[in-house]
Design a protein around this ligand. Sequence first.
Ligand code: NI
Length: 170
Amino acid sequence: MLENLEILQFPDERLRRLSQPVVDFDQELNGLAEKMLEIMYESNGIGLAAPQVNQTIRLIVVDISEDRDSPRVFVNPEIKQPSGRVDSSEGCLSVPEIRTTIKRYESITVEYHDLKGEKHEEPLNDLMSICVQHEIDHLDGILFIDYLSSLKKKMALEKLNRIRKKKVKK
Ligand code: NI
């Protein structure tokens, strides 16, 4: 089943589901995390959340390094102590045609489990903080375009439709 993982594309309603906490830290979970990292690297993304590949569990993978050699896996991640606000220019592998600027917390502390089920707490800043916030949103069915004003969202979606129509013609 894992061989056929594909990234769901907006406006697929499956991206809107609430993901469930992981309770079994087993081989299957490890396999899924590995496969998600593979897909993320293949797609040149810096983060991927399990619901984007149709797995409704609270698991995200991230690598913000330029050399693409620092994979991070966060299971059941939760944001604690959010502080500051910062402009964040974002895109998403599920909405690849759009890049736009939204507001995020500047720094957070993330509480999470590793793949063995051990609990950790880690302060995050800058791009890492933003990326983890974006991916955790996916676990709650939230997409970055949801933060746009209704007018800006409408314009972004019209642009997306134009781009997708062109792609079909080619
Ligand atoms: Ni995304």
